[in-house]
Design a protein around this ligand. Structure first.
Ligand code: ATP
Ligand code: MG
Length: 430
């Protein structure tokens, strides 16, 4: 029989990797909590219509990448390709927005039918924040700082924050007209995708990966020249805030989000360690999405961060600097103790001891193999435990346990097997 395989681009997360994920998730959760963001969980599947309206038909995500199918009731369903549309839908459906500003975070799998490669999968994971009702330019600074501080606190270096302002809808409209007029004159030099986008979503051409198109765009009119004075002032407040917080950034006039409800601040955080898929986090302001989905005009800003790419960066950082913070964070935690026990009579006291220590918060591996002492010691050593707790016939007779340090200097000591707090004290403090 042929071995069954997971679908292309859908990746299993095995225990060794997951231990790293959990560390990152725990740190992210703490950052969200400290900044007053509350978790929201929405279904993995939504009506297709939500994403068509919430992301836009002219985007790659909706146009080419969605997993869409009819369910048994003939409804068109889609596996979520991103989080924002679902979060806004849920906030509207449950009347959260009318209760005031909502600072929300989410995490979990997303689905896009893309060509799998390093840092690009068909099921991947994002964590992200959405701040609904955030109007001030200072909220932009706060939200960007949240992403930046989360990444830097993980010990990741060589991050680059790219920043742009898309201006107001009116600014964008003027710019789009100018850009389209200019591009039409050079349309024979554009790549095929960009020529299509000229009709559907011209701002996205700025994002083109095609070399000739990119070179051509060097000469194109830039969005910055079309911002009105209010948009310019707003953008300078964002930049000043980042400078005040000591967060370095680079202005990138080509950084765009193609849809009408995106406005003002757009940003991406990239890392050279990622190669071609360089962006680990992307976000921006979307003041018109809530109304687009049927709510009242509600200013909002958010970002999403790709977990797989973040983990890749952490691994690279850790390789480059084995003594650094990233390395410490992703190094697997080792058991505090490994219980070596030999003989029938030792088995039950060993079970009782392991349980008592676990109840005290220690990580304990119990050997239940009945193998020889020397085999059990080898395993204790291999698993990296700091101590071996040894229970043989002699110890059972005397109601004692031998505590042998495996990773630190020092002699073995003997304690009563019932003296749990004395044993804990040794395991924790030596
Ligand atoms: P890209 O240009 O790399 O396709 P994107 O603009 O489509 O990115 P967003 O929709 O802004 O990405 O998603 C935010 C983040 O989610 C990205 O910066 C990236 O880290 C991650 N991400 C997006 N698509 C994938 C994918 N297919 N596999 C893994 N991570 C992804
Ligand atoms: Mg993409």
């Amino acid at each position: 029989m042929t071995q069954l395989q997971s679908l292309r681009g859908m990746v299993d997360l095995l225990p060794k990797a997951l231990q790293r994920w959990q560390v990152v998730e725990a740190i992210a959760r703490t950052h969200f909590q400290h900044s007053g963001f509350k978790e929201i969980r929405t279904p993995l599947m939504e009506t297709t219509d939500l994403f068509c309206r919430g992301i836009g038909e002219s985007t790659d995500v909706v146009g080419k990448e969605m997993y869409t199918f009819q369910d048994r009731g003939n409804r068109s369903c889609t596996l979520r390709p991103e989080g924002t549309a679902s979060v806004v839908r849920a906030a509207l459906q449950h009347g959260l927005i009318s209760q005031g500003t909502q600072k929300l975070w989410y995490g979990g799998p997303m689905f896009r039918y893309e060509r799998p490669q390093a840092g690009r999968q068909r099921q991947f994971h994002q964590i992200g924040v959405e701040w609904l009702g955030a109007a001030s330019a200072r909220t932009d600074v706060e939200v960007i700082a949240l992403a930046w501080d989360l990444l830097t606190s993980l010990g990741v270096s060589d991050l680059e924050l790219e920043l742009n302002s898309l201006g107001s809808i009116e600014d964008r409209h003027l710019y789009r007209c100018a850009l389209v007029a200019w591009l039409k004159q050079q349309s024979d030099q554009l790549d095929k995708d960009s020529r299509m986008r000229l009709l559907t979503n011209p701002l996205r051409i700025l994002d083109s990966k095609d070399k000739t198109t990119r070179a051509l765009l060097e000469e194109a009119p830039t969005l910055g020249d079309y911002l009105n004075s209010e948009s310019r002032t707003r953008f300078s407040v964002v930049q000043r805030g980042l400078i005040t917080l000591g967060i370095p950034f680079r202005l990138n006039p080509r950084l765009v989000r193609g849809l009408d409800y995106y406005c003002h601040t757009a940003f991406e955080i990239t890392s050279k360690q990622l190669g071609a898929q360089a962006t680990v986090c992307g976000g921006g302001r979307y003041d018109h999405l809530v109304s687009q989905l049927g709510g009242a005009e509600t200013p909002a800003i958010g970002w999403a961060l790709g977990m797989e790419r973040l983990l890749l960066i952490l691994e690279e950082t850790s390789k480059a600097n084995p003594d650094g913070r990233a390395s410490r964070l992703i190094t697997a935690t080792k058991p505090d103790a490994y219980v070596v026990n030999c003989g029938e009579r030792a088995a039950e006291p060993a079970l009782v001891l392991a349980r008592a220590l676990r109840m005290q918060g220690l990580t304990v591996e119990l050997d239940s193999s009945g193998a020889t002492f020397s085999k059990q010691f080898k395993r204790a050593d291999r698993c990296g435990a700091r101590f071996a707790l040894i229970l043989g016939d002699k110890e059972v007779d005397r109601g004692q346990i031998q505590i042998k340090p495996l990773r630190v200097e020092g002699d073995e000591v003997i304690r009563s097997i019932n003296a749990i707090s004395a044993i804990v004290d040794i395991l924790q403090n030596r």
